[in-house]
Design a protein around this ligand. Structure first.
Ligand SMILES: C[S@@+](CC[C@H](N)C(=O)[O-])C[C@H]1O[C@@H](n2cnc3c(N)ncnc32)[C@H](O)[C@@H]1O
Length: 309
């Protein structure tokens, strides 16, 4: 894990693409996001969608679970992820879907001028795929050209304000945690939370050099039993937030059994994103926290923005 590679393309072309399957409870994610998209699709009369960084096809499938969605395209740089996405697709949906293998920075070359969509989604994609002010602004401008009149751009990402401002170390303020107990393992400290809604919340050693791992009690047993266990650790290196994934493959936490991956994320705080959107010609946008349309809040887990031209 010593390397620091700004470009995550190799990461998703490695066996990390398999490990990615263990990062989420996909059913839980589906249920969490479905209501949100249902409301959006209704409001914006969405029929066609472009999903940037479409990964294993989770959102493509989620979108196609709505009757009104007629066509979905994905842009994805990793052939391994596209392979997964194709496998995860229902046969009946094949004709409605097209995956473009390519780098999002080349979107202007990948799509034809006439390819337009009612919605363009970037789910946990901008910060990993695009690095630097100029690139982000250019790509947002390019994406804008592929929106139908009245179409919307949806960006969902980590809430960088929370992580950076709060120097997230052992803090779990947003996770309505009401009780926990401690397990201590050498340099790890594991806190178990009764009401944490996510299986594991990453965390970092911060100044104390100790790694804190947060896990919800209802997931603990599965986590201990599971063949693969993933831990996420964030720390900052220059203008990137570095995200180390630690997968514990067998036994308890022993480095010998650990597989690690490093992803670097361009720090996309709310104000920065607002500037990028303005510079790219989006005139109206709303920032939310999570998928219930609650106003953006620095304390929440993710940042969602809906932008219109
Ligand atoms: C964090 S994953 C998110 C996947 C999916 N959107 C989700 O929410 O689960 C980021 C995805 O973006 C893809 N990606 C990374 N860099 C990219 C680039 N430059 N162009 C297109 N896709 C890229 C990765 O291969 C990966 O599948």
């Amino acid at each position: 894990m010593a390397f620091f590679n700004k470009n995550n393309i190799q990461l998703y072309e490695s066996n990390f693409s398999d490990s990615y399957d263990y990062l989420y409870s996909w059913n839980e994610r589906f249920n969490r996001e479905r209501y949100f998209f249902e409301k959006l699709f209704k409001k914006y009369k969405t029929e066609t969608i472009l999903d940037c960084g479409s990964g294993n096809g989770f959102h493509v499938n989620l979108f196609l679970s709505f009757k009104g969605i007629k066509r979905v395209a994905g842009i994805e740089v990793s052939s391994l992820m596209i392979k997964k996405a194709m496998k995860n697709l229902n046969k009946a949906d094949h004709e409605k879907v097209r995956f473009y293998k390519g780098d999002l920075t080349d979107v202007a070359k990948i799509l034809k001028k006439a390819d337009k969509f009612d919605m363009i989604t970037c789910m946990y994609c901008i910060s990993t795929a695009l690095k630097g002010d100029a690139v982000i602004t250019r790509v947002l401008k390019d994406l804008k050209k592929h929106l139908n009149k009245g179409g919307v751009l949806l960006i969902d990402d980590v809430n960088f304000d929370r992580i950076i401002e709060k120097e997230l170390t052992s803090e779990v303020v947003t996770m309505d945690s009401d009780s926990y107990h401690f397990l201590q393992f050498r340099n790890f400290s594991i806190k178990v939370y009764k009401t944490l809604p996510f299986p594991i919340l990453f965390t970092n050693g911060g100044k104390s050099k100790k790694t804190f791992i947060h896990i919800a009690s209802k997931y603990l047993f599965a986590w201990l039993k599971n063949k693969h266990r993933a831990i996420r650790i964030y720390h900052q290196i220059k203008s990137n937030l570095v995200l180390d994934y630690i997968f514990v493959l067998s036994g308890f936490i022993r480095w010998i059994n650990v597989q690690t991956y490093r992803e670097s994320l361009w720090i996309l705080k709310k104000e920065k994103l607002r500037k990028y959107l303005l510079q790219s010609g989006f005139t109206s946008f709303r920032f939310y926290s999570g998928y219930k349309f609650a106003a953006f809040n620095t304390n929440d887990f993710n940042m969602v923005v809906i932008a219109k031209v």
